[in-house]
Design a protein around this ligand. Structure first.
Ligand code: PEP
Ligand code: MN
Length: 337
């Protein structure tokens, strides 16, 4: 961290800043120029409270050098993290395709969809038993009954399964049934929930909040990792914008930017970001071309009757076509699905 002092600062002010730096075990390196005094804090600057310096009236500016998310940052861990889930990897050469219904609605729909996505080549089955709905009157999910079905569908198809957990009180119970837990957009900054899944011995898919910055997203991953769980898969699911015809647009460039900042795998959600199944193939192709390590996509055996997100769920044959389309892009960039 570099602390720039205003012209008026004298020896007393230099000492105040240096003491604050040294109190955390870092070294203060003072350079006196003609116009300014610059103090470099040498050591792990994340131990310093940047606001203490900003609150000093003679401090002109404070320039952090390191990312505040230490465990998640590429500065700290240069190599890509590859998250292993049963027989496959997220973040390796292969692009992971996670597919399944938005919600677990019934045994029949779940199993039909699970077999269809398996046949088309998906690597993991998704399905939510706890649904974060805007209206309390909308379908809230099947709860634990749904999780039992999901586990059974995973066993029957041989696919690993993932689901959303929304409540700290459910974490241990949900983890019993699935291979991967998911933190949804609405809970990206539910810090107690992040800490709770951080203590699990299971990979976590972390979705970005609908109005979060990249830094906040990576700090949320840091919460999970700081509890010991290093198996975090980031999911770019878009953010709120001024365009209502795209549900939560994805920012072009966000995937490669994330991958510069962090070593964690990054997947993309073409379903919740578009809200429109006619856009899923092109958006998925773009995500893979940008370097996404996977996709999480909603597929339903009969979307017309889906209890939530009907407009964005692909039919099994549409999903099979999507697999071909994205497979071609993966191949073009030296990867496979
Ligand atoms: C989901 O994936 O089921 C979901 C609700 O997505 P998000 O949390 O991104 O809105
Ligand atoms: Mn959904």
């Amino acid at each position: 961290m570099i602390i720039v002092l205003s012209k008026k600062a004298g020896e007393k002010e230099i000492e105040l800043v240096s003491k604050e730096i040294e109190s955390k075990g870092l070294t203060a390196h003072v350079s006196k120029g003609k116009e300014r005094i610059i103090i470099g804090a040498i050591g792990d600057e994340r131990l310093l409270n940047i606001e203490h310096f900003n609150a000093m009236p003679f401090v002109e500016k404070v320039v952090p050098i390191l990312a505040p998310y230490k465990l998640a940052s590429r500065e700290f861990h240069e190599e890509n993290t590859v998250v292993k889930v049963k027989g496959f990897e997220v973040g390796g050469d292969k692009v992971a395709i996670i597919a399944g219904p938005c919600a677990i609605e019934s045994e029949e729909i779940l199993f039909e969809t699970a077999h269809a996505v398996k046949e088309a080549g998906a690597s993991m089955l998704r399905g939510s038993a706890f649904k974060p709905r805007t209206s309390p009157y909308d379908f809230q999910g099947m709860g634990e009954e749904g999780l039992k079905l999901l586990k059974k569908a995973g066993e029957e198809t041989g696919l690993p399964v993932e689901t959303e957990v929304m409540d700290t009180r459910h974490v241990a119970m949900v983890a019993k049934y699935v291979d991967v837990v998911r933190i949804g957009a609405r809970n990206m900054q539910n810090f107690d929930l992040l800490k709770e899944v951080g203590r699990l011995n299971k990979p976590v898919i972390l979705k970005n909040g609908i109005a979060s910055t990249m830094k906040e997203f990576l700090m949320a991953a840091e919460y999970i990792m700081s509890e010991g769980n290093k198996n975090v898969i980031l999911c770019n699911r878009g953010i709120r914008s001024f365009e209502p015809e795209l549900r939560f647009p994805l920012l072009n460039g966000m995937v490669p930017l994330l991958k510069q900042k962090t070593h964690l795998p990054v997947i993309v959600d073409p379903s919740h970001s578009t809200g429109n199944k006619s856009l899923i193939v092109p958006v998925s192709r773009a995500a893979i071309a940008e370097g996404a390590d996977g996709l999480i996509v909603e597929v339903h055996s009969c979307p017309e009757k889906a209890m939530c997100d009907a407009a964005q769920q692909l039919k099994p044959n549409e999903f099979a076509n999507m697999m071909k389309e994205v497979g071609a892009i993966a191949k073009a960039i030296g990867r496979s699905i």
